[in-house]
Ligand binder design. Structure first.
Ligand SMILES: [Zn+2]
Length: 194
C-alpha cells in the first residue's frame, strides 16, 4: 500500500518551518571557507506539484558570506526542494512510488493529480533506479535502514520504511530530512565521478 501526502495544506507550511530550522543551523555555523557571518541570500523557485502553496515556496533558502573576496554561497539542505528538480521533493518521491508496485497508478491519473507528464515521470523513475543507488549518499546510508532495501523498488521502499498512513506528517518529515543531504550541490555525487 502506498500512502499519499497529508491533504491538509498546512503540511506545506510545516515543511517550510523544517527548512527554516535547517537554514538557521546553517547560518549559525558561519562561512565554511573563512568563518565570517552569513547573509541571507535566498533565490527564487517556482515549484510545481501542489496547489495553494504558501508564498514562502517561491524561495529556496540560501546564504552568502558577507566578506568581500569570499562571498561563498551556502545553500542548506531542504525538505521541500529536491536539487534542481522543479517539482517538490515529496511529489517526486510519491509520484514515482505510485507508478511502482503490483497495481501502478496510470500516468493519466497522476498527471491529473500532480500535473506531471509521462516524460517527467520516466525521468524520475530512471533517477531512482539508475542514479540514486550509485550515489555516495545511498552507499553510506542504506545500511541504517532496516530491513535492507531492494534497489529495484526505490523510492517505494523508502516510503514504506518511513511513512505509516496518509496523515503521517512526522513520517514525511523524517523521510525528507533523511534525504535532505542529496538536495544540495554535490549531494548526488557518484564515487569516482568528478
Ligand atoms: Zn567566507
Amino acid at each position: 500500500m502506498v500512502h499519499g501526502l497529508p491533504r491538509d495544506a498546512s503540511f506545506w507550511t510545516f515543511l517550510f518551518s523544517v527548512d527554516q530550522g535547517i537554514a538557521e543551523d546553517t547560518r549559525e555555523k558561519a562561512c565554511p571557507c573563512c568563518g565570517e557571518r552569513l547573509h541571507r541570500a535566498n533565490y527564487p523557485r517556482k515549484p510545481r506539484g501542489a496547489d495553494d502553496l504558501p508564498p514562502a515556496y517561491g524561495l529556496r533558502l540560501s546564504f552568502c558570506c558577507q566578506r568581500d573576496g569570499c562571498r561563498k554561497r551556502v545553500t542548506p539542505p531542504s525538505v521541500r526542494f529536491l536539487g534542481r528538480k522543479v517539482y517538490l521533493g515529496a511529489v517526486v518521491i510519491l509520484v514515482t512510488t505510485m507508478r511502482q508496485g503490483p497495481s501502478p497508478r496510470r500516468v493519466r491519473e497522476l498527471s491529473k493529480l500532480f500535473g506531471v507528464d509521462r516524460r517527467t515521470i520516466n525521468r524520475w523513475r530512471a533517477f531512482w533506479r539508475e542514479h540514486f543507488p550509485l550515489t555516495n549518499f545511498w552507499k553510506v546510508h542504506r545500511g541504517r535502514l532496516v530491513p535492507a532495501m531492494e534497489v529495484d523498488v526505490l523510492p517505494r521502499s523508502l516510503i514504506e520504511a518511513f511513512i505509516r498512513d496518509d496523515d503521517d506528517r512526522e513520517g514525511w518529515k523524517k523521510l525528507l530530512i533523511f534525504l535532505s543531504p542529496i538536495t544540495i550541490t554535490g549531494g548526488l555525487k557518484i564515487e569516482g565521478e568528478k
